[in-house]
Design a protein around this ligand. Structure first.
Ligand SMILES: [Zn+2]
Length: 282
């Protein structure tokens, strides 16, 4: 059994386009249900994201909280509502708080790098207050952005270190192992009790996945080396970033990075610890 701790289920032009042209994924309710079933993915966490018009992401005008608006959400899909720091006011914060009371909400997603604010900027103060009140982890985008409009100085893992230091009661999850700062992320996950990482989005793949050519071996080896450097297998989470890769190919890729005896933790158990609200539906 697998829990996918990071995927998408929102009407975002870039995702629809990648699903059609690269990953060849059916980016739909039926497509999600079929891939989850085929790959024994019993629960998934969707990262809330929306744009007011096609291809506008990162959108400064979209209201907070951003949701999973592709279609009706399946029962096994949980959510981390997304925050637009340009739209944080009394009204949006009370909508966010209402969502945090919903049992299907398991965390909060911040789009560091896409939005040009440091994670420790005071603009996020009220969000952290709510995260602490409802015991919600913060998932923070880490590293390279899937848009040329991102600024990497705001998505460096050392930003998470500062925020995690200032808010020691909140757990932070660095998405994408902070790629390309994977060794920096590995060190933080190893050393800091309230920093975790997910392994999503390291490759954008089609159904053939990562092949064993020489260059791809080097590429895979780099991630494996960072994961070994980290060594804290109880703090790493499997996530696919679906629809950017088919689930089957992405699972096969992550399996290459994780030693056999730690697979159950990374692919399943850790997600239940980090997202305490997440329950497996029978
Ligand atoms: Zn993502």
């Amino acid at each position: 059994m697998i829990i996918d701790a990071h995927l998408h289920f929102s009407k975002i032009k870039k995702f629809t386009h990648t699903a059609k042209t690269v990953s060849k994924v059916s980016y739909s309710l039926a497509g999600l249900a079929a891939e989850m079933k085929q790959n024994r993915v019993v629960a998934a966490v969707g990262m809330g994201l929306q744009e007011t018009k096609a291809a506008l992401f990162p959108d400064k005008t979209i209201p907070t909280p951003m949701l999973l608006d592709l279609d009706e959400n399946p029962k096994s899909l949980y959510a981390c509502p997304g925050i637009n720091p340009y739209k944080l006011n009394k009204k949006s914060l009370s909508s966010l708080e209402l969502l945090l009371k919903n049992p299907k909400t398991v965390g909060i997603k911040l789009y560091s790098g896409y939005y040009h604010f440091h994670l420790f900027d005071k603009v996020y103060g009220p969000v952290y207050e709510l995260a602490a009140k409802y015991k919600m982890p913060i998932v923070s985008h880490g590293g390279g952005t899937y848009s040329h409009l991102g600024l990497y100085r705001y998505s460096h893992p050392l930003d998470v270190e500062e925020a995690a230091y200032q808010f020691p009661k909140i757990n932070f999850i660095i998405a994408h192992l902070g790629n390309p700062w994977i060794y920096e992320t590995a060190e933080l996950v190893y050393m800091k009790p309230n920093i975790f990482a997910d392994l999503s989005g390291l490759i954008v793949a089609d159904s053939k996945g990562v092949k064993e050519t020489a260059s791809e071996k080097v590429f895979t080896e780099r991630y494996r080396s960072a994961v070994i450097t980290c060594g804290a297998y109880e703090k790493l989470l499997y996530g696919s970033d679906w629809p950017l890769a088919p689930m089957k190919a992405y699972i096969a890729f992550i399996e290459k990075l994780i030693p056999e005896k730690h697979k159950h933790k990374v692919f399943y158990k850790n997600a239940l610890n980090v997202f305490p609200r997440l329950k497996i539906q029978s």
